[in-house]
Ligand binder design. Structure first.
Ligand SMILES: Nc1nc2c(c(=O)[nH]1)N[C@H]1C(S)=C(S)[C@@H](COP(=O)(O)O)O[C@H]1N2
Ligand SMILES: [Mo]
Length: 204
């Protein structure tokens, strides 16, 4: 349960059950070609969607269309009183790393993709984070369960864990989390936070 502090076991089980029911509904719709025109979730089909990756929540549904495209957007990286505000230009001048990693959604699809951006560990080094730090990741999304996630040091330090700026060699589509999103190996899609606002080092 380490990934969702504040979420009781009961609440988490409730979420998982609801997701499981949703998954049955979605896969039912996707299994029958003749239902396809009626399938409201058509973008969530394998290989479909912008940049050939399905979209779980669109920028519009998340309420981030304006904030994600604001000219003054900056990623806040904070370690106690040490803060860096990194705009997209600045993020692009930092060393870029690539990773081929899947987005694996509990709703029943998984799609591999090429990502590039700044390593999480490089961003943490910028603010002098101690080795073994866990981080709190916050989205621009104003509400909802996916707004905040925590990431333990085993993920934060992994060289393949990125604050991604590109997907399949193009600037991230708005629906995939432009201007910046998390992509990390071995985590469920639900924790691959889109439309980043801040990354904060958690007190040890
Ligand atoms: N801010 C935010 N991040 C999010 C989500 C969301 O709704 N809001 N959905 C998550 C889920 S459930 C999945 S499977 C992936 C999907 O990423 P994609 O839409 O780029 O394929 O994003 C994750 N990140
Ligand atoms: Mo998901």
């Amino acid at each position: 349960m380490g990934d969702q502090p504040g979420m009781s076991r009961r609440a988490l089980l409730g979420t998982l059950t609801a997701a499981g029911i949703a998954a049955v509904g979605l896969t039912a719709g996707q299994s029958f070609g003749f239902l396809a025109p009626l399938n409201l979730f058509a973008p969530r089909v394998q290989g479909h969607g912008p940049q050939r990756v399905p979209v779980n929540t669109t920028a519009k549904a998340a309420g981030v269309v304006e904030a994600a495209q604001a000219a003054d957007w900056a990623l806040i990286v904070r370690n106690g009183s040490r803060t860096e505000a990194l705009g997209l230009d600045r993020l692009r001048t930092l060393p870029q790393a690539g990773a081929t990693l899947p987005i694996a959604c509990v709703e029943g699809w998984s799609t591999g993709a090429r990502w590039s951006g700044v390593r999480m560990r490089d961003l943490l080094a910028l603010v002098g984070a101690a080795p073994g730090s866990a981080v709190l990741v916050t989205s621009l999304q104003p509400h909802g369960a996916y707004r905040r996630t925590t990431m333990g040091p085993e993920f934060a330090e992994d060289p393949a864990t990125l604050v991604a700026l590109t997907l399949n060699d193009e600037t991230l589509d708005l629906d995939h989390g432009f201007p910046a999103r998390v992509i990390a190996p071995g985590r469920p899609g639900v924790l691959q936070t889109k439309w980043l606002s801040s990354i904060e080092v958690m007190p040890a």
